[in-house]
Ligand binder design. Structure first.
Ligand SMILES: Nc1ncnc2c1ncn2[C@@H]1O[C@H](COP(=O)(O)OP(=O)(O)OP(=O)(O)O)[C@@H](O)[C@H]1O
Ligand SMILES: [Mg+2]
Length: 468
């Protein structure tokens, strides 16, 4: 594969050449330019995938370069590099269409994460085939189940961001696994033996949350009998997870912004400045970009939190993960309740695929827990599911018979669902047994999940065969 091309634009010659040689060591092809004007010329001759540009430069500044590049039809992904303390400029650049920003002095790891992210973004928009190929090298986390391309793409970002100190913002509907991802970011980091501290920002009033986060000095308010360390201090050396970050008040947003910029703060009622080394992970099920637009969330704080974004797909967007999740939960709850439930009865997977799962994985987990409790045999059946999920009773097809009069698509569907039920939901195992690709099974499960009845005759053509 060709090396990804990166253009470095900076008027400081040492900064520029230093970055160039570091990036070359990492396997990128790099060219440099001393200002926006030169950058613009290089842009057309070199056609980089990513442009890392300084903002303030003689002749032509970084923002003008970005604007002119777009006018000229370049789709290079822009990342601006700006000095500590001029985040406003970074915000302007993001508004103008930059993908991300980096603070100077640069941290090589942060640079690499941002470049990877930029390249991935480009892949997503330009070259889904290449992404698919990369996704084939599966990532896995011990507690997070997901073989779908959607979740694999999430895992890839998580694996890359975990070892760094970059702040991560996790977005997604309720029950999609945001907390699991936050934990994985900690467990896969060099901080894993230090504390992982969670704060639910929605659960506390503004003043309580403030003293919870930053701690307080003795006598700072009625009831503050002694000095108390806040969560930021408790998380020193480790990771602080701010859950439901979309809920924090305007005045706390300002305070949080300051800590993010300086990593220092004062306890409530105190004057002494406390310095901490904390990796921040935040999550929300709100559309934070929309909250910013509506003026309810500070834009500068949003960009500070959103250094690396991880968006968890809803379960209905990745129904091909349902079989493996179900198997995982059956195993978990059979163990917990001491029951001998081994798998699904015929037809049950069909019902599970047909449901839209507004509560996502949490709803599925609860449904399986209930099912395991109610189940009277060693196979969980549709009758053990909550009534809202059961759906219409499936046609009773005798196992093992090829139904005369059924269409090939119906027979295929039956074969795929029955096989999955037999192999504990593993799409990989089912694919081996059926002699078809994992992608094809995942694709079909998606179809069944949307209730698409008509067989997509030529759908194979869009699918890349699995390498073996
Ligand atoms: N991919 C997954 N594999 C296994 N279990 C999962 C997965 N995703 C979610 N779960 C389980 O589903 C439940 C909900 O997940 P989690 O608490 O992480 O969701 P959340 O996105 O934080 O939801 P909320 O916004 O409501 O807080 C948990 O019990 C979690 O263990
Ligand atoms: Mg949560």
């Amino acid at each position: 594969m060709a090396k990804p091309r990166i253009l470095v634009v900076d008027d400081e010659v040492n900064a520029r050449t230093g970055l160039k040689s570091l990036l070359e060591e990492e396997g990128f092809e790099v060219e440099e330019a001393a200002d926006g004007e030169e950058g613009l010329k290089r842009l057309s001759s070199f056609a980089p995938a990513v442009v890392l540009t300084d903002v303030r430069m003689p002749n032509m500044d970084g923002l003008t370069l970005l604007r002119k590049a777009r006018e000229a039809g370049s789709d290079a992904v822009f990342v601006v590099m700006t000095a500590f303390g001029s985040v406003e400029m970074a915000v302007d650049a993001m508004r103008a269409g930059a993908e991300n920003y980096l603070l100077k002095p640069l941290d090589l790891k942060a640079v690499l994460v941002v470049i990877e992210k930029a390249l991935e973004k480009r892949d997503l928009t330009r070259d889904t085939a290449a992404l698919r190929a990369r996704v084939r090298d599966r990532f896995s986390f011990p507690n997070i189940i997901g073989e779908s391309a959607e979740l694999q793409a999430v895992f890839e970002v998580v694996k890359q961001a975990a070892p760094t100190k970059a702040t991560v913002l996790i977005l997604g509907e309720s029950g999609t696994g945001k907390e699991l991802v936050a934990q994985a970011l900690h467990e896969e980091s060099p901080r894993k033996d230090k504390p992982f501290i969670k704060v639910n920002c929605a659960a506390l009033s503004e003043s309580l949350l403030e003293s919870e986060l930053f701690g307080h000095e003795k006598g700072s308010f009625t009831g503050a009998v002694g000095r108390r360390e806040g969560r930021f201090e408790l998380a020193d050396g480790g990771t602080l997870f701010l859950d439901e970050v979309g809920e924090i008040s305007a005045s706390l947003q300002i305070k949080l912004l300051r800590v993010l910029q300086t990593r220092e703060f004062e306890r409530v009622g105190g004057t002494q400045t406390v310095k901490v080394d904390v990796r921040l992970v935040a999550a929300t099920n709100r559309d934070l970009a929309a909250e910013v637009k509506a003026g309810r969330f500070r834009e500068d704080l949003y960009y500070r939190l959103n250094v690396v974004a991880v968006t968890l797909p809803s379960l209905r967007q990745r129904k091909s993960d349902i079989p493996a999740l179900v198997s995982h939960f059956i195993h978990k709850f059979a163990g917990a309740y001491g029951k001998d439930v081994k798998g699904l009865a015929p037809g049950t997977l069909n019902a599970l695929l047909g449901h839209s799962w507004p509560g996502n994985v949490r709803e599925l987990e609860n449904a399986i827990e209930r099912g395991v409790v109610l189940c009277k045999t060693n196979e969980l059946g549709a009758d053990d599911l909550p009534p809202s999920i059961r759906g219409p009773r499936p046609k009773d097809v005798p196992a093992g018979s090829l139904i005369p009069g059924a269409t090939l698509a119906e027979i295929e569907r039956e074969a795929i669902l029955r096989t999955l039920e037999m192999v504990s939901g593993s799409t990989t195992r089912a694919a081996e047994l059926l002699g078809i690709s994992v992608r094809k099974i995942q694709y079909r499960l998606k179809e069944y999940g949307t209730g698409a009845g008509a067989p997509a005759a030529d759908s194979d053509d869009e699918l890349t065969p699995e390498p073996h």
